[in-house]
Design a protein around this ligand. Structure first.
Ligand SMILES: [Zn+2]
Length: 367
């Protein structure tokens, strides 16, 4: 039995099941088995490990960091919830299977009736989106929260793409601005290998949102219009390795948070920066990913700024293990967990890190 929500708040602009109170006994780690996409082997046609979210949970349970009883169970975002960021026109377009096939890059979906596409593909994505929104509120309450899914940073209010059908980051921020007192400034730290053009388009003219984006500039989406929204842009070359990468993460995270102090940090922790990823084209080691997440959490926690992490892109077979190891490391470092305290020690970067050869690009485009 997972921890479930109670009592949606009355003062909200629309009734939502995503902002209920969560028992204190739960860790602010959000997940639902519905996150995983499985349907007659269809998922195997995509270059994704479409069950990575469940595997992360499996590893965290194996290490006894979480149990079914202290996990927060995500809820599916409803159409009303989605309309906080999306246009009706866009949501209606998702009722056409060919549109969803294009957005998710699963061509065979063209041939499926939309009710199956809704149930087998869009519902998992809507549940992950609900999870990100729920984790936003939890992060403010607890100082940190992790949605084991989400991070659909190529989707904006009126346009999907790169496997991203819903703009969960935009939604989480808009929910917080609308519903939580004292939250009026957000910083997005987007460290997925791809440019986060979805939230960038959504917040292009919104001075309340500071966007730092660090990505391989040679791959999808290369969205010049969206780049205008980035306040701190760090473009990486093919095959960037740990040493250079981690120096830049530390320099620019600290710099971004010194420049503007937000009320909430949304950390897009894509793991497609991993060496050998067919899409990311970077050469970061598993240890480098663990250190990266530690640097970002340290920068947030030292300042006492709530942080919400989403897992975003990265779907190699070994990805789930690395995400789990990183979450366990955050716990071991005292940065998350029931006992995690704010304002603890400073970081010291370990630079003697493994790195591999550069990776080639790919025709596929993903989160
Ligand atoms: Zn990506």
């Amino acid at each position: 039995m997972s921890c479930k929500e109670h009592n949606a708040e009355e003062r909200n602009p629309h009734h939502t099941e995503l902002y209920g109170s969560i028992p204190k006994t739960c860790l602010p780690i959000v997940y639902h088995s519905d996150y995983n996409i499985t349907f007659m082997g269809l998922e195997k046609l995509h270059p994704f490990d479409a069950g990575k979210w469940g595997k992360v949970i499996h590893f965290l349970k194996e290490e006894k960091f979480i149990t079914d009883g202290n996990l927060v169970e995500a809820r599916e975002a409803t159409e009303e919830d989605l309309l906080v960021a999306h246009t009706k026109r866009y949501l209606n377009r998702l009722k056409w299977s060919p549109v969803v096939a294009t957005i998710t890059e699963i061509p065979p979906l063209v041939f499926l009736p939309n009710f199956l596409v809704q149930r087998k593909v869009l519902k998992p994505l809507r549940t992950q989106t609900g999870g990100t929104i729920m984790a936003g509120k939890l992060a403010v309450e607890r100082g940190w929260a992790i949605n084991v899914g989400g991070g659909f940073h190529h989707c904006s209010g009126d346009r999907g793409g790169g496997f991203c059908a819903y703009a969960d980051i935009t939604l989480a921020i808009k929910f917080l601005f609308e519903r939580v007192d004292g939250i009026s400034r957000a910083t997005i730290i987007d460290l997925d290998a791809h440019q986060g053009n979805g939230h960038e388009r959504d917040f292009l003219d919104d001075q309340r949102v500071f966007i730092m984006d660090m990505y391989n500039c040679h791959i999808y989406p290369r969205d010049g219009y969206a780049k205008k929204a980035i306040k701190r842009k760090v473009e990486l070359d093919w095959g960037t390795e740990d040493s250079e990468y981690l120096q830049k993460v530390e320099l620019h995270c600290e710099g971004a948070l010194n420049e503007v102090r937000p009320d909430i940090i949304i950390y897009n922790a894509g793991t497609d920066i991993l060496d050998g990823d067919p899409l990311g084209g970077l050469s970061i080691s598993p240890h480098g990913i663990v250190k990266r997440d530690e640097l970002v959490f340290r920068a947030a926690r030292r300042r006492g700024i709530p942080i919400l992490m989403v897992t975003s892109g990265g779907y190699q077979k070994k990805t789930a293990r690395i995400i789990a190891d990183s979450i366990l490391n955050l716990h071991h470092q005292g940065l998350i967990g029931p006992e995690a305290m704010e304002g603890e020690g400073s970081s010291s970067l370990v630079m003697s890190l493994m790195s591999g050869p550069g990776s080639a690009g790919s025709a596929f485009t993903t989160i």
